[in-house]
Design a protein around this ligand. Sequence first.
Ligand SMILES: Nc1ncnc2c1ncn2[C@@H]1O[C@H](COP(=O)(O)OP(=O)(O)OP(=O)(O)O)[C@@H](O)[C@H]1O
Ligand SMILES: [Mg+2]
Length: 363
Amino acid sequence: MEQSPFPYQGPLKPGEVTGRDELRADLAERLMQRRVTALLGPRRYGKTSLLRRVTADLEQVGPEPIWIDFYGLTSMADVAAALDRGLASTRGPLRKVLDTVAGGISLRLGVVGVELSKSKRDRPEPVALLWTLLDVLVKTAERNDIIVVFDEFSGLANAKGATSILRTALQHHYRDMGIVFAGSDPSTMRLLFSDRAQPFFAQADLVEIGPLTDLEVLDIIRDGFEDTGRDPGGSAARIVSLADGHPQRAMQLADAVWQQTESGEVATDQAWETALGEVRATVDAGSERLHALLPTGHQKTLRVLAAGGSIYGTAADAVNLAPGTASAAIEALTGNGFLQNTADGTVIVDPLLADWLRRRFPL
Ligand SMILES: Nc1ncnc2c1ncn2[C@@H]1O[C@H](COP(=O)(O)OP(=O)(O)OP(=O)(O)O)[C@@H](O)[C@H]1O
Ligand SMILES: [Mg+2]
């Protein structure tokens, strides 16, 4: 079967990442200059994809990347295991250097998870193990030109004490390697990177990944259809409008229309309608569940924002939303990543959640 030019589940391969030229150049320069950087942005906005592209590009001219993924950690043992997995997933000559450095302190990379699952008596102490692994990283950086990507960095906040170990281990060595932290959880990320008690993290430059421009989305759609012998027709403008710059939603919608369009054909209105119906069918149940879990004030605030209204305007009056309730809801929903502040004011991050709210609760 022909492969869709619009993958939308998980990070893209470096070669699939287009657009965001300025941000890409900016990140590359920061990493080359060894400026510690934190890349912040909503879920599924393309942080991992972008960093894969940037590090792959840099690899052509020198520095080799090491990826550490801190997603879903709950303990110090998890942190050590995540660091070990990251180091062990490195390939090529750099892996040899890592193994040599680790071997020098009697550590074997890639088996930490197994070691930690042993009975309490035979199990290594996670904190000591974490220090050892960080030592391997630092010593490797002294020998090789490396970039370390700490992805899903907010996951570290759930392992008590882990951030300060990482800070202590890295703060005198940040000039020996490129370091970038990426994460989605806005309130945790802000806390980590502005906390005075964490001077190393606080000195990182915060860089935001914003929505794609309409033109970028349009180019992605056109190129994807053209490269596979198709024409998006009028669906392109509809995808751009509904996706509202959200990279993953744009790709998901484009994929659905593409699936409805035969090679050599132009996407029809019917293709768009069917595609939209299918995408909504996969998303609506999740929106419904999510909505049901929110306090009433949050629900009303989302409804007003989805309708494009002001939380102080007639739309807010219509749903009986008090200004104080709305402000508190906006703060909470921005903190957990449902809302974001843009040049257009506070908006719902996921355009398909907004779409569901408008259909479910017409104002
Ligand atoms: N530059 C881009 N061009 C086109 N689509 C993109 C781009 N970046 C991301 N996407 C789309 O967004 C999806 C998610 O990308 P990615 O996993 O990199 O985002 P993320 O911000 O790391 O997400 P998460 O918060 O889940 O870690 C991709 O599968 C792809 O469909
Ligand atoms: Mg990611």
